[in-house]
Design a protein around this ligand. Structure first.
Ligand SMILES: C[S@@+](CC[C@H](N)C(=O)[O-])C[C@H]1O[C@@H](n2cnc3c(N)ncnc32)[C@H](O)[C@@H]1O
Ligand code: SF4
Length: 454
């Protein structure tokens, strides 16, 4: 490995946000949000968007705990939880429907988790029919679901296709049995391939696979093995995530320690190998951690500069209103964020009382909106222009000083107020965005909050 990169990795592998939002959740000012101003923000953006919106539904249940997982999930084998949860989600949607002045126009529905296919095919159909009832759905809608192949049947995919689902994302992470053992997720290639074939058979036109580099027991060889197996599946899109080690938040990760994880320089080698192999297979590297084939919409979105990033990661829709339903889910009304209660019981109790189950939120200021745009530009387009009206002279000076240090390391170029990320800088994109993070600069919170940036 080049000496230069080693030095950069040592210098920049810091705990930093992944910037799926700005401000990032730990820097939200919870006191700025109330049920009333949240509802007003939703209606304001709804009107500006001519009634168009996206819906995220969090279905938190999983039968088995994968020890690496940092998502909000509830482990259970008791399927009696399906019905009351589903009823609550539909009630929450009804609360939003009562707010909206006209019938919503649905562009996207995304089912995330947890394991959405924990629910039976019949219950998933009931859920989606309840959401789309009396609403319009755009002709080129995207309805997508995240699945763990071990818990997905052909009946699930067939039923979801019948209510408009056309995109699927399969969790794989790694095919090496030694890695699968330590992350408690034994998943065969054959089962994964079977689910991919069902998806193609039932008309899903975009198939994504999630992979992770930096897991315990993972090596450059296991990445080589996994990515060569991926070639046989030929998904349209691949998310190749850097492993987020956050044991203070996700207790399953305490099955191993930092000592069991690959070091930053090994992680870098894994990413580089993955990128090389995927590029050879015809994929284009996109943003921080995505790859897409030329037939995929994300590929076009990058080329025409319309790619967007939100709590679900990179997306092709530039929607400014995402209503998120279910425990722990985060809604985005562009001028405000709201996060639901994490615990299923608390979420259900609040909905039963007719209250929005908000546990946290944030009303964005003009400065937030401007920085949000800069960070989105950097994450999605690799460049941005700073607005001198947003920053006072002193802040602009200190930001530009930080950028000039990053420029000396070859991570970006500056032209007056314009910042352009270089090829070398694309691995350090979180560090570059952090230089603009005014809220983090002003209020350093204590303790662990973020995973390492590389
Ligand atoms: C909700 S999970 C996946 C859906 C489904 N439950 C499954 O396991 O396949 C969404 C994705 O988040 C990613 N993920 C979860 N924990 C992570 C972590 N600690 N670091 C990086 N990515 C993580 C994984 O790639 C996973 O496929
Ligand atoms: S990775 Fe998926 S199946 Fe495993 S615990 Fe997390 S959400 Fe559940």
């Amino acid at each position: 490995m080049k000496e230069d990169i080693l030095t950069l990795l040592n210098k920049y592998d810091l705990p930093l946000p992944r910037y799926t939002s700005y401000p990032t959740v730990p820097y939200w000012e919870k006191d700025t949000i109330t049920s009333k101003n949240w509802a007003e923000s939703v209606v304001e953006t709804f009107k500006k968007e001519n009634g168009e919106l996206c819906i995220y539904i969090h279905l938190p249940f999983c039968e088995n705990l994968c020890t690496f997982c940092a998502c909000n999930k509830r482990i259970t084998t008791n399927h009696k939880v399906e019905e009351p949860y589903l009823v609550t989600v539909l009630k929450e949607w009804e609360m939003y429907r009562n707010l909206l002045p006209t019938s919503p126009v649905i562009r996207e529905i995304h089912l995330g988790g947890g394991t959405p296919t924990f629910f039976s095919p019949e219950n998933l159909v009931k859920l989606i029919s309840g959401i789309t009832k009396d609403a319009k759905v755009v002709a080129d809608h995207e309805f997508s679901i995240e699945v763990h192949p071990n818990y997905t049947s052909e009946a699930h995919l067939k039923a979801l296709a019948s209510v408009g689902f056309n995109r699927i994302s399969l969790g794989v992470q790694d095919f090496d049995p030694a890695v699968q053992y330590v992350i408690n997720r034994v998943q065969s290639f054959e089962k994964t391939n079977e689910v991919v074939q069902w998806a193609r058979k039932h008309g899903y036109n975009s198939i994504n696979v999630d992979l992770i580099y930096g897991l315990p027991k993972q090596t450059v060889d296991s990445i080589d093995f996994t990515i060569k197996k991926i070639k046989e599946l030929k998904p349209d899109r691949i998310a190749f995530y850097s492993y987020a080690f956050v044991p203070w938040k996700s207790k399953g990760q305490r099955r191993y320690t930092k000592m069991d994880l690959p070091k930053a320089n090994e992680k870098w080698k894994m990413y580089q190998l993955g990128k090389t192999l995927l590029t050879e297979q015809g994929y284009k590297a996109i943003g921080m951690d995505h790859f897409a084939l030329p037939n995929d919409k994300l590929f076009d979105a990058v080329n025409n500069g319309t790619m967007h990033r939100n709590f679900m990661g990179y997306t092709t829709t530039q929607s400014k209103l995402i209503i998120a339903l279910g425990a722990s889910s985060i809604s985005d009304a562009w001028i405000a964020f709201a996060q639901n209660e994490d615990e299923v019981e608390e979420y259900q109790e609040k909905i039963a009382e007719g209250l929005f189950p908000i546990k946290n939120g944030h009303l964005l200021t003009q400065e937030d909106l401007s920085i949000r745009k800069n960070i989105l530009d950097l994450m999605c387009r690799g460049n941005t222009v700073l607005d001198s009206n947003t920053f006072d002279e002193a802040s602009l000076k200190s930001i530009m000083e930080e950028f000039s240090l990053l420029e000396k390391d070859g991570l970006l170029k500056t032209e007056k107020n314009k910042i352009i990320i270089t090829e070398k800088g694309s691995l350090f994109i979180r560090n570059i965005c952090a230089s603009l993070d005014a809220r983090m600069r002003r209020k350093k919170t204590e303790g662990n909050m973020f995973s390492k940036s590389i």
